[in-house]
Design a protein around this ligand. Structure first.
Ligand code: 5GP
Ligand code: MN
Ligand code: MN
Length: 330
């Protein structure tokens, strides 16, 4: 990892350079928390020209609307066309930066902060640590190296990110270092109970009913992947409309599907357009779903990955099945 180059690239543009921060499309807690935690850090360093954005409509999921600094996020269209420094957060590939990917060539400097093993390597300076549980782990280390003292606002951002990507410290990436980082963050006075309730345990009644309907349609193929089992369900735009919900409420759906004991792999197909599906996959460990996703044009981690599928749900399922066996970890 290029820590020294990253520190130099940031310092070069302090205090007046135009620093553009970008996280991935449909941002989750790690994307927004990492980006805004770093934005707070830049302010502590005296940066006066900082923008934060992500591609697509400026539609921040409700659970993340209280992340400190969220009001700084501007629409993609207002972002500088030629920033001095571009910093990207939690984007596993340039596609995840949507229309902002072009800034990688128009920016004078670029630093990529990420933790996806599937990251192909882009940007001038690359801080990509596949061993990191979240991009916020990389952010914390960079802020340390920039001599930014941790405060409660930075901590709240980074803690939101860390709990999101570790599934509240349940996933395999939850190492001693993760708990040590959490301890440092909590010591600033943030309230983990309140953050968890907001981020994980708050949803409108319509979303609960929507989940009930979509979960009721789960299907199981216990024979898939040589008996490891595959469970899936489909959420359509009509489902969202019926219950008056916006697409991002579906992000938590996979957490209920992945409980199914009879399947190692679970899949949620979320309709995003005509014959177009945002596909989320999770594995209990026997299948590398980042391989499945990678073979189908997406990416992610071994136990959590996704891609964009085309055709009917049956077409998408067939595509997944066609690469499932070769994705079993041996
Ligand atoms: P989720 O299922 O929560 O949307 O995403 C799980 C993981 O898969 C995340 O780490 C995310 O980076 C990755 N992922 C999800 N969708 C896509 C996609 O369309 N393309 C790529 N490259 N990665 C994705
Ligand atoms: Mn993410
Ligand atoms: Mn992440």
């Amino acid at each position: 990892t290029d820590w020294a180059e990253a520190v130099a690239a940031v310092r070069r543009w302090l205090p007046d350079g135009r620093i553009l921060l970008v996280c991935h499309v449909n941002p989750d807690g790690d994307a927004l928390g990492s980006m805004l935690g770093f934005a707070h850090g830049l302010r502590r360093l005296g940066a006066r020209n900082v923008q934060a954005t992500f591609p697509g409509p400026l539609d921040v999921p409700e659970p993340l609307r209280e992340v400190p600094g969220i009001r700084w996020v501007i629409p993609e269209a207002e972002a500088w066309a030629e920033p001095d420094l571009l910093v990207t957060f939690d984007a596993a590939s340039t596609e995840r930066l949507g229309g902002l990917a072009g800034r990688l060539s128009t920016a004078r400097d670029s630093v990529v902060l990420d933790h996806h093993a599937s990251n192909p390597g882009f940007g001038a300076v690359r801080l990509v640590d596949p061993a990191a549980a979240a991009t916020s782990v990389v952010v914390e280390q960079l802020l340390d190296r920039l001599d930014v003292p941790l405060d409660a606002e930075i901590a709240e951002c980074l803690y939101t990110a860390l709990t999101t990507d570790t599934g509240s410290f349940r996933f395999a990436a939850t190492t001693p270092a993760v708990h040590q980082m959490a301890a440092r963050l909590i010591a600033t006075g943030i309230r983990p109970g309140e953050i968890a309730q907001r981020v994980f345990d708050t949803r409108p009644l319509g979303a609960v009913k929507l989940f009930g309907e979509v979960l009721g349609r789960c299907e199981l193929d216990a024979e898939a992947a040589g008996g490891l089992g595959l469970c899936w369900t489909t959420a359509t735009r009509a489902d969202l409309e019926k219950h008056g919900q916006r697409p991002h409420v579906l992000e938590a759906l996979i957490d209920s599907v992945r409980c199914v004991a009879e399947a190692d792999v679970c899949v949620v197909l979320k309709e995003i357009g005509e014959d177009a599906w945002s596909v989320s996959m999770r594995s209990k460990g026997a299948v590398d779903v980042s391989r499945v996703a990678g073979l189908l044009g997406g990416g992610g981690h071994r136990a959590a990955a996704g891609f964009t599928g085309a055709g009917t749900p049956a077409d998408v399922l067939a595509a997944i099945r066609s690469v499932l066996d070769e994705s079993v970890i041996r």
